[in-house]
Write a protein that binds this ligand. Sequence first.
Ligand code: ZN
Length: 474
Amino acid sequence: MRATSLAKLLLPSWVESVQHRNGQILTPHHPPRPVPLPPKVLSQLFVQPATTLNPGVVAEAPPPSRPLKADSLLVSCVGQSGNPSWTEERQAGPKAQRSHPMSPRDKEETPTSGSSTSHLSTAECPAHNGAVPQEEKRMNEESGRETEGEEQEEEERASDEGFMGMTPLLQAHHAMEKMEEFVHKVWEGRWRVIPHDVLPDWLKDNDFLLHGHRPPMPSFRACFKSIFRIHTETGNIWTHLLGCLFFLCLGLMYMFRPNMSFVAPVQEKVVIGVFFLGAILCLSFSWLFHTVYCHSEGVSKVFSKLDYSGIAFLIMGSFVPWLYYSFYCTPQSCYIYLMIVCVLGMAAIFVSQCDFFATPQYRGVRAGVFVGLGLSGVVPTLHFVISEGLIKATTIGQMGWLFLMATLYITGACLYAARIPERFFPGKCDIWFHSHQLFHILVVAGAFVHFHGVSNLQEFRFTAGGSCTADGAL
Ligand SMILES: [Zn+2]
């Protein structure tokens, strides 16, 4: 009962539905495991500054009748004759602290030893002076309810005096801060993966991945810590995180190549740098999106738009060095094709800013938009083949590598759109080798193949020199 109530206070509403559906708590406590609160945390929760109404008295947590658990923190006080004292444990969370809820059941459980008995949260407990503990002690003795020893009573009195020495507002603020900090730590360390059917709608994307999903996370810190946990996004994050680092290193190495390796060092480094920039932006936005998209619906939308924009940046960036070297001696053609691909790329970015674009129903449309953007390279390719001939295109023009690159990208997009292989093995590819992971790997591979082809084009240009003679021109 107590663990369930705490979970209701601490967890989002969708988790309650999990509990109700299965009759048990799935996350973060499954099964409910109350954890003893460390004495250090307890003392931090209740120790007050020495500059209270009773200087020199250091308050401590009231001696509980049984060991305190993490899910039964003491935050309420029951006053008799207007004198509050620590006499009852009450479950609490940040919400309880803020709103001071008093359910009918709470009222039933509140001892009623007189008409003046009140059950208040810390914020509502009136301040009182040092005479209270003695009066309460006397009342307890009279009613025969005192079961603790003399020493324990002294501790209780010190606790009352110290804590109540603060203003009610300070008490509430202090306790709430400690509680929120504690709850965040508990949550971040204890979430567990959940099945697809209990995800909130905004996290439901691929219903062939039956289990292993992250629940919504309460903070970015929790999201980033989840990088090191095993769940449906682990592979998606790491494929593009490592890919991003790989292209970052490759790009830096390329930029620091000696200038003597280039015909026009600055111009060529800028042109190839645009490709690296597109690749790094694409992979960065991608792993960031997969890391934080479980934070909240708003964050998910923003980062999904960045993710799709990144794909457009990669495609546009890939065109730049390829068109530059392929139409080195006919720059007008190069500029026209560059302008066309930029317009198409900006259109793809514009469409991807629409909320509907990220929905599961538009998975095929998304794949189609980016495949179409990439396939716009067919026109300059045909131009090149017609003007230079097929043999020159495959040898000097690196058409073989470009064809392999296109195959990798299109295969990845098809797997992504059709959700293969998890479509044929639902629940078997939840963690590894599902379509999105394969798509990610194929994107990294395609980008590297493109870089290899562009490097070969650059080497040919360096060998041929900057002149556009009949043999050297492309
Ligand atoms: Zn992705």
